[in-house]
Design a protein around this ligand. Structure first.
Ligand code: ATP
Length: 304
């Protein structure tokens, strides 16, 4: 038996219309991980999340949540923010959250205070008595997040959590997720299209492509060093320009900043030393790595 929050073996899912959403997907998520699953539209992300939550059954393969198959008891340990948050429009934000708290068997004595504090935490502290039907998409998303965390779950599933949020909302969301992780060591599973957010938040990222997991690892493990160096010096003298010309290709200069691809014969360790010897005062020196978008395009071939 495997006691990890999530363990799947050879999950295969074919819908009745013959669409194959997952192809033999095996995955283990350890306690306390912030795991990000990225993939194009139709890659199979939501299908995987629904199977993990027990809303959908795989055609073949096994799922274990905290070491158990199909167990009802783990459901109170789980929080879930669906891709499309749908809430009864005639309920107020407070009424909806209070109802969710009761469904999670939270202590009724403190539930009112708990609801108010969670609504404040998601930025809806001044919307308690407002009917959900009048909410904007971002406000509905925040309320969806509130119901996902009110019972302090050990395992939190977030399907496209940034959907509809403005830039400030995105920052608040990131802080809430990090808080959930830090305060209780919650395990967090995020489906996301927002590569920059995934890059900033997740301790491990997996790329799902046409139902198959084509890569999984930390940003450090997934990234490749690009053959590019960026340097900013206090003053870019003619001597320095000549030096960069002798060691690099694809040279681009903007003010006192220069970027280039070092020639193969060049010893990279010697470059900063030579810049200083040529009178350069280095303000920035960076060897450029791939970002998640570049990793994603490399591993999926940028194809649909
Ligand atoms: P998106 O980023 O657009 O939300 P996704 O990665 O979450 O996409 P899924 O929604 O899991 O992808 O869909 C994977 C595949 O399964 C797609 O080909 C989709 O058309 C198909 N699919 C999903 N749900 C169903 C369903 N209920 N019935 C039939 N086919 C489905």
């Amino acid at each position: 038996m495997n006691e990890n929050p999530i363990h799947t073996q050879e999950l295969y899912k074919q819908y009745d219309n013959k669409a194959i959403a997952l192809k033999n997907l095996s995955l283990t998520i350890k306690s306390g991980e912030i795991f990000g699953l990225i993939g194009q539209n139709g890659a199979g992300k939501t299908t995987l999340m629904k199977i993990l939550l027990g809303f959908s059954t795989p055609t073949k393969g096994n799922v274990e949540i905290y070491g158990k198959k199909n167990s009802i008891e783990f459901k109170t340990r789980i929080g879930y923010l669906p891709e499309k948050v749908m809430i009864h429009p005639f309920l107020t934000a407070f009424e909806f959250l209070f109802l969710c708290g009761k469904l999670y068997y939270l202590n009724k004595k403190n539930l009112k205070e708990k609801c108010i504090s969670v609504l404040e935490r998601v930025g809806l502290g001044d919307k308690l008595g407002i009917k959900v039907g009048t909410f904007s998409k971002g406000m509905t998303q925040r309320l969806g997040l509130a119901q996902a965390i009110i019972h302090e779950p050990d395992l939190l599933f977030l399907d496209e959590p940034g959907s509809g949020l403005d830039p400030l909302g995105m920052i608040e969301l990131r802080n809430i997720i990090l808080d959930e992780h830090k305060s209780r060591n919650a395990t967090i599973f995020i489906n996301s299209h927002r590569l920059l957010e995934a890059e900033k938040l997740c301790s491990r990222i997996a790329i799902l492509h046409k139902g198959e997991m084509v890569a999984s690892g930390s940003m450090n493990e997934l990234t490749r060093t690009k053959n590019q160096i960026n340097v900013r010096v206090e003053t870019l003298s003619e001597t320095l320009e000549k030096y960069f010309g002798s060691i690099g290709n694809q040279i681009k200069i903007e003010g006192n900043e220069i970027s280039f691809d070092p020639k193969e014969s060049v010893d990279l360790k010697q470059i900063p030393i030579h810049i200083i010897q040529n009178g350069g005062n280095i303000l920035k020196y960076e060897i450029v790595n791939e970002n998640l978008e570049e990793i994603f395009l490399r591993l999926t071939g940028g194809e649909k």
